[in-house]
Ligand binder design. Structure first.
Ligand SMILES: C[S@@+](CC[C@H](N)C(=O)[O-])C[C@H]1O[C@@H](n2cnc3c(N)ncnc32)[C@H](O)[C@@H]1O
Length: 422
C-alpha cells in the first residue's frame, strides 16, 4: 500500500490505479530491501520521471528512498529528504547498492561466524521486545547478530548494508503481527516466523543478487538522501528541481514516529512511548500525537494560510466543538490547522528549491476526522498557488474507505495525484 491509511481491499478506480502502492516494490531490486508500507511504487515513480524528461528530481518526503533510487535507475539526479532519522538511514543504506556484492557476502560471513560465538548479550529494555520475542532462542540469536554487526563495523558502506540486512529481518523473526499501517501488533500472531541466522543470510543473498542486477546502472548520477525538514529543504540548492515527486503524510492521524518502533526498540534507540516525543516534534503535523503543547492561535492568523483561512477556520471550529462532546477528546482541530500551516511552509520551500516551469506530482488523499470533511487536495492546490506555483489539477486514482467511515460520515474519500505546474 502507499499511504498507511489505505485499506488493501478497496477496489481500484481504473487501469494503472495501483501504481501508487509499495507492494509491487517487493519484487524490485533494491526497493525490496525494506518493506516501508508508506512508500509508493517505484515503477510508477520511474514512469513519471521518464515522461517528464526531468534532469533533477526532488522528493521532500523521501521515506525509504523510492524516488531517488528510481531516478538513479533512469540516469537522472535525485535528492530525497526525510526528517525521520531511522527511515533516512534505511534509504541511505539502500543507496549503497553500487558496492561490491562479493565483499558484502564475505563480510556477512564474518558476521555469521562472530554471531555463532557464545558471547553474553544484553536484551533491549523496551517491554515491547519481550512481548514480541517470546522465544528465548530466537531473541538470543537476533541479539548475537545485532552485536556482531556492531562489533565488526569498520566505518564503510558495507557496515550500513549489513545493518539494513539485520534491521530488515527483525519483524520476520517475531511472531507479532504488523498492522496495515506498519504499527507492530504484539497481540496478533503470524504463523511463519523466520530463524535469525537463516533469515540474515537469505537477506544478504537478496542484497547481493540485486547489486549484481543493478551493475549496468552504476554509471548513473548518484542520488542523495538528506536527513532534513521539508519545511526548509536545507541542503537543496535554490532553483534545483525540475520535477518534484512525492507523497507527503496525509492528514489522517498516522504517526510516522511509530512506524519503525519495533526495529528501533530492538536496537535500543527507544524504550517506550516517551522516546518517540522528540521525533514527533520534528515531523510534519499530521497526527494528534504530534500536537502536544502546540497552540493553533498563531497558525490560524498566519498570512501563509490566507488563501484558505475562511474555510479552515470553519472546519477548525466544527472539529473543536465536536471534540468537546467526545470522551476521546482528540485534537483533530489542531492537527488540521498544523497540517495546513506546515503545508504552506513546504510550498514556499519547494518554490525556492525549484526552477520556473517545474512539474510537481503530490500523491495525497483527503480526510474526514470526526466525520468532518477536509478537502485536502483543493486546499493544498490553493496554498501552492499562493506560494507562487501556476496551476493545479487533481487526478483521482482510487476511492478509499477509512476508519472515519465507520463513524458514519457520508463523505466518500479518495486518493490521487495533485499535479502542479510552476
Ligand atoms: C508517505 S511517506 C513517503 C514514502 C516514500 N514515498 C517512499 O516510497 O518510501 C511520508 C514521509 O514523510 C516523512 N516526513 C514527515 N514529516 C516530515 C518533514 N517535516 N520533513 C520531511 N519528511 C517528513 C515521514 O517520515 C515519511 O517517511
Amino acid at each position: 500500500m502507499s499511504q498507511p491509511l489505505l485499506p488493501i481491499d478497496v477496489p481500484s478506480a481504473g487501469p494503472g490505479s495501483n501504481t501508487t502502492t509499495f507492494a509491487d516494490n517487493m519484487r524490485l531490486p533494491v526497493h525490496r530491501w525494506f518493506r516501508y508500507s508508506a512508500g509508493f511504487s517505484a515503477q510508477w515513480a520511474g514512469s513519471v520521471i521518464e515522461e517528464s524528461g526531468a534532469k533533477h528530481v526532488l522528493d521532500p518526503f523521501g521515506g525509504s528512498g523510492t524516488t531517488v533510487i528510481a531516478s538513479e535507475e533512469i540516469g537522472v539526479a535525485g535528492i530525497g529528504l526525510d526528517v525521520h532519522p531511522f527511515v533516512t538511514r534505511i534509504a541511505k543504506a539502500k543507496l549503497a547498492w553500487r558496492a561490491d556484492p562479493d565483499i558484502l557476502v564475505k563480510r556477512a560471513n564474518d558476521i555469521r561466524l562472530e554471531a555463532e560465538k557464545e558471547r553474553p548479550v544484553v536484551a533491549p529494555p523496551a517491554p515491547l521486545i519481550a512481548k514480541c520475542f517470546p522465544d528465548r532462542k530466537t531473541l538470543l540469536n537476533l541479539l548475537r547478530i545485532r552485536d556482531a554487526v556492531e562489533r565488526l563495523r569498520v566505518g564503510d558502506e558495507y557496515d550500513e548494508l549489513l545493518w539494513l540486512a539485520f534491521v530488515s529481518i527483525i519483524r520476520a523473526c517475531s511472531p507479532a503481527g504488523t498492522a496495515q499501517w506498519q504499527y507492530v501488533l504484539p497481540n496478533k500472531t503470524k504463523s511463519r516466523v523466520a530463524e535469525p541466522l537463516t533469515a540474515f543470510e537469505a537477506r544478504v543473498e537478496v542484497f547481493a543478487q540485486d547489486m549484481w542486477a543493478m551493475r549496468s546502472r552504476r554509471s548513473a548520477p548518484e542520488g542523495k538522501i538528506v536527513e532534513a525538514d521539508a519545511r526548509t529543504l536545507d541542503g537543496v540548492p535554490d532553483g534545483w528541481a525540475d520535477l518534484i515527486l512525492t507523497s507527503p503524510p496525509y492528514a489522517n492521524n498516522f504517526d510516522y514516529a511509530d512506524a519503525t518502533r519495533l526495529e528501533q526498540s530492538f536496537l535500543g534507540e527507544i524504550t517506550g512511548w516517551g522516546d518517540l516525543k522528540q521525533l514527533r516534534k520534528k515531523l510534519m503535523k499530521s497526527a494528534t500525537q504530534h500536537m502536544g503543547g502546540w497552540d493553533a492561535a498563531e497558525a490560524l492568523e498566519s498570512p501563509l494560510i490566507e488563501s484558505i483561512r475562511e474555510e479552515l477556520l470553519a472546519v477548525f471550529g466544527e472539529l473543536s466543538s465536536i471534540k468537546r462532546s467526545k470522551a476521546g477528546n482528540k485534537a483533530y482541530d489542531l492537527m488540521v490547522a498544523g497540517y495546513f500551516l506546515d503545508s504552506a511552509q513546504i510550498w514556499h520551500a519547494l518554490r525556492r528549491a525549484s526552477s520556473p516551469g517545474v512539474k510537481v506530482c503530490y500523491v495525497v488523499g483527503d480526510s474526514a476526522p470526526y466525520g468532518v470533511h477536509v478537502p485536502v487536495e483543493r486546499w493544498l492546490g490553493e496554498l501552492a498557488l499562493a506560494a507562487g506555483f501556476k496551476e493545479w489539477r487533481f487526478e483521482k486514482v482510487r476511492d478509499r474507505n477509512t476508519k472515519w467511515k465507520n463513524r458514519k460520515h457520508n463523505h466518500p474519500l479518495h486518493e490521487g495525484r495533485l499535479w502542479i505546474e510552476g
